[in-house]
Design a binder for this molecule. Structure first.
Ligand code: SF4
Length: 233
């Protein structure tokens, strides 16, 4: 048995930097980020059609020549123990796997890394640790710190943050300082917040940071990281 798959992109240029990747989306999440735009996938995935893995497998085989890998995203994929079987199946097909995670399940991240079932891990850091609960509804930041500790030892990783305007310069600096101190500062990306179809309808009334503001945030954090950048601007 594998996890129910509720979304599939046969080829994408935006889910794995520098690669053409397929993307698989698993339902449910243990966070409720105010700015999350995957509302249905997180809150009511039963309304979405389940895509049989056999269908996905067929498309992956067909596109094998130009697909570099498969991204496992969500929702939050690590809350489903069946992800181990899914990643095994994809690795057995000969594809590289990228994991997108909110970092709430260090045990699962560790298992996937130890079993060599992932080739790249991208973890969202939502805000400063003191404000985690306010933005995400998830307050167990020890788990987040544990995941950072695990991921930083993995050769291929990135951390990233969506700049929801409730997240301030101070939050970003606090996290940047923390990652540098932990020697988890290989790469960090800032992402633009999109104010539509958000879990919290009030978030839709919030004006995203401007391009100039986001660029000024990037200048602030650049000194902390070997590599940094902006996405979705
Ligand atoms: S943005 Fe937040 S709520 Fe939405 S899928 Fe990611 S971690 Fe879950």
């Amino acid at each position: 048995m594998k996890p129910e798959i509720k979304g599939f992109a046969p080829s994408s240029l935006v889910d794995w930097d520098g690669k053409i990747a397929a993307a698989i989306f698993l339902p449910y999440c243990n966070f409720k980020c105010k700015f999350c735009s995957n509302k249905e996938l997180v809150l009511s995935p039963e309304k979405l059609k389940t895509i049989p893995f056999s269908e996905i497998k067929e498309k992956l085989e067909k596109n094998r020549e130009f697909i570099d890998g498969v991204v496992i995203s969500g929702g939050e994929p690590t809350i489903n123990p069946e992800i181990v079987k899914l990643c095994t199946e994809i690795k057995n097909l000969g594809f590289k796997v990228k994991l997108d995670t909110n970092g709430s399940s260090p045990e699962m991240i560790s298992e996937l890394i130890e079993k060599k079932l992932v080739d790249y891990v991208a973890m969202d850091i939502k805000t400063s640790f003191k404000n985690y609960g306010k933005i995400t509804g998830f307050s167990d930041t020890e788990k987040i710190k544990k995941s950072i500790e695990i991921i930083k030892k993995f050769p291929e990783y990135e951390f990233r943050m969506t700049l929801f305007p409730e997240i301030k310069k101070e939050d970003l600096i606090e996290i940047s300082e923390y990652l540098k101190k932990q020697e988890a500062n290989k790469s960090f990306f800032l992402q633009q917040f999109r104010n539509w179809s958000c879990i919290d309808e009030n978030a839709e009334k919030i004006k995203p940071y401007s391009k100039d503001e986001i660029e000024s945030f990037l200048e602030l954090i650049k000194p902390y990281f070997d590599k940094s950048g902006i996405r979705n601007i």
